[in-house]
Design a protein around this ligand. Structure first.
Ligand SMILES: [Zn+2]
Length: 326
């Protein structure tokens, strides 16, 4: 039984100096693979199957208990947006922000576990695939630089996506510039760049490295397994636990960089296919149609990401990403 009136967390301190790691589950209430994986890791720790040798680990299995108790994505709003402390909290998630933000600020490495509705393969989101974000960490007295790409490499994913925040912010500033004379449209358009701040954006502002991990489909039992192994992978990579199996690092990672976001402008705009994450589009492929019949074409060979046919006018509809090669 989930109690929306408090938040549960598990914390373990190693006896040697090391990184401080925070693992979040259930930021979205209908994505419970992270919650289950965290509870299993907690059992492993309590039963001495694994030991935190250095640094410290905090895990929050159900970060939005209201949404989880309703088994919906959001409680009163999306917890992974507008994520910063509020002096005058207005809704349930504002109150959660005031509890969670100080915890996030206290950690150097953040792993935020999610799942998706449609799609196949797990993937990770980092800040940038071309300008990799990093942090200096203390490994039992030795200072080393750790990059988000390295962190993502410990998760077992074969795809890493970057550059969401800058693409999102470009979309918002275009919306502000194109602000139409239609007052009604302006009211429903999202014109606040701060709205794009979620758990990872907030953590990076506080100096941490942070990865969002999409572990697989919501109800697929493999998603929970994937999340469980990803947590072990991070703790092993950071030298905080001794791994029993020496899992080989995945060297065959595809990096993709988001470069464009399209907004739905009218309720009658529509997608021309049942697009899924990472569907490949050849240059000039027809993606969507505006109400007036104007087609949106792929500007280059690219992938479609986060297509949302139910987007409301003035909000993100789909993103395009290109393969990143060094
Ligand atoms: Zn999610």
């Amino acid at each position: 039984m989930i109690n929306p009136q408090h938040i549960e967390s598990y914390t373990f301190f190693g006896l040697q100096k090391g990184p401080s790691v925070l693992v979040l589950g259930g930021i979205h209430g209908d994505e419970n693979c992270g919650s289950k994986a965290i509870k299993k890791i907690n059992e492993f720790l309590i039963n001495n199957n694994i030991t935190i040798l250095s640094g410290n680990l905090t895990m929050i299995p159900v970060s939005n208990p209201l949404a989880a108790s309703l088994n919906t994505r959001n409680g009163e709003r999306n917890l992974n947006r507008n994520f910063y402390p509020k002096s005058n909290p207005q809704d349930f998630e504002d109150h959660l922000n005031n509890v969670l933000c100080p915890i996030l600020s206290n950690h150097e490495v953040i792993l935020d576990l999610h799942s998706f509705k449609v799609g196949k393969h797990p993937f990770a989101l980092i800040k940038s695939v071309d300008k990799d974000h990093s942090i200096e960490l203390n490994f039992t007295g030795e200072i080393k630089t750790v990059y988000e790409k390295t962190l993502a490499g410990w998760l077992g994913v074969s795809t890493v996506v970057g550059n969401w925040t800058e693409t999102y912010e470009r979309g918002v500033s275009r919306r502000v510039k194109e602000k139409s004379n239609d007052g009604n449209f302006n009211k429903i358009s999202n014109l606040d760049p701060k709205y794009g701040v979620g758990t990872t954006e907030f953590s990076r502002e506080k100096g941490a490295i942070a990865v969002t991990l999409e572990c697989g489909q919501h109800r697929d039992p493999m998603s929970e397994k994937f999340a469980f192994n990803a947590i072990l992978g991070v703790l092993t990579g950071l030298g905080m636990i001794k791994s029993k199996t020496s899992k080989s690092k995945n060297d065959d990672v595809r990096y993709v960089s988001l470069f464009e976001v399209y907004d739905k402008q009218n309720i009658s705009d529509f997608l021309l296919d049942q697009w899924k994450n990472f569907d490949f589009l050849k240059k000039d492929a027809e993606i969507a149609s505006r109400k007036n019949g104007v087609r949106i074409l792929a500007p280059e060979d690219c992938y479609i990401l986060f297509p949302n046919k139910n987007a409301t006018p003035g909000n993100e509809w789909f993103y395009l990403a290109r393969k990143f090669t060094k």
